[in-house]
Design a protein around this ligand. Structure first.
Ligand code: SF4
Length: 341
């Protein structure tokens, strides 16, 4: 079943954007185990255009990070792509030998992970790491690469960049370290940036600065950004479009305003109810009863049916496909005639 999450859309700026940088088509990621093959990602299709941020959101284990890692060619064995295609600028990259893929990572796809310390070597100055990355991918002399490194540090908001370039990672605060990682990810001017929970380890006030930085970079460099997060608040502030994942599948995808203000899928509605208000606190956030099934116990039919108050008999039998709903595409039988709405 084709579950195409493609959309030609407009960014927050309102400018039309329709240049697909990343296309993921019917991706299935599996983990063979002694007890059978587990589906971590099933039939996921998505497109990210130039200058656009697509948020992938869902609970832990929903398949969002796995989709990012598959795109980077960094699935941990025995995990592997069993079906589907991944195209960067129209060229397939999922079937490239690791040597080729290693060249694409860093050069054409930049990665930002949750913990900046996993991306930075503690024993080298940030300048040494930036210069090495720049020279690995671009034909620049050492002094040219150092100048570029200082410019990148300035661009991501490191004050006194020409002095701080010779500091070690531990001499930076958490937020500043994440800025350094973003500079590292930008070093070779990638057309696609995959940011996996980039703000999760940071204080709330710093989170807003990092999401603002990601948005600015995406706009100014016309890069495509895949933003993987469990946090709907981060999506609301940062993304242009959002794909909500549940048990390895996209259950709703659309423009961020439509999905946040008028979600269609019962699971997406539950997630939206869990966003704390910007001002004040709520005593208790709305919760969806139950938990997401593990990949080894995904039920037949709609994987959400055991938690869904609207489930009908059909929901327990057949997997719903994505259909057009107002402002989004939704995989739920309520919208495709399987359940009385
Ligand atoms: Fe609920 Fe059925 Fe829709 Fe799944 S398909 S979300 S069980 S109504």
């Amino acid at each position: 079943m084709l579950m195409q999450a493609h959309a030609t859309t407009t960014g927050h700026s309102g400018a039309a954007i329709a240049h697909p940088v990343l296309e993921v088509r019917n991706l299935r990621v599996v983990f063979p185990t002694r007890h059978g093959v587990l589906n971590a990602v099933s039939d996921v299709s998505l497109t990210i255009n130039k200058g656009e941020i697509l948020g992938l959101v869902g609970e832990s284990g929903a398949g969002k990070s796995m989709t990012g890692m598959a795109t980077l060619g960094l699935l941990e064995p025995p995990g592997r792509i069993a079906e589907g295609e991944i195209l960067l600028d129209g060229r397939r990259i999922d079937n490239l030998p690791e040597r080729e893929m290693a060249k694409i990572r860093g050069r054409r796809i930049g990665a930002i992970f949750q913990d900046p310390l996993t991306s930075l070597h503690p024993l080298f100055t940030v300048g040494a790491q930036l210069v090495e990355t720049i020279r690995l991918h671009l034909h620049l002399s050492r002094s040219q690469a150092r100048r570029r490194a200082i410019d990148l540090l300035k661009e991501v908001g490191i004050p006194a960049a020409s002095d701080r370039i010779d500091d070690y990672p531990h001499q930076f605060s958490g937020g500043m370290r994440q800025r350094v990682v973003i500079a590292l990810a930008l070093a070779a001017e990638p057309e696609l940036i995959i940011a996996d929970e980039p703000t999760t380890a940071l204080d709330v006030s710093i989170q807003a600065q990092i999401t603002a930085l990601l948005r600015r970079i995406c706009r100014e460099r016309a890069a495509a950004v895949m933003l993987v997060t469990h946090d709907m608040g981060v999506i609301a502030e940062t993304a242009d479009r959002v794909a909500v994942l549940y048990a390895g599948r996209i259950v709703e995808v659309g423009h961020v305003d439509a999905v946040i203000h008028a979600p269609k899928h019962p699971y997406a509605k539950g997630l939206m109810d869990s966003i704390p208000p910007l001002e004040g606190r709520v005593a208790r956030l709305a919760q969806i009863d139950g938990s997401m099934p593990r990949p080894d116990s995904i039920p037949e039919g709609c994987a959400f049916h055991s938690r869904c108050t609207l489930a009908g008999p059909h929901c327990r039998i057949a997997v719903p496909g994505l259909v057009e709903t107002e402002g989004s595409r939704t995989a739920c039988w309520l919208y495709s005639g399987g359940v009385e709405a």
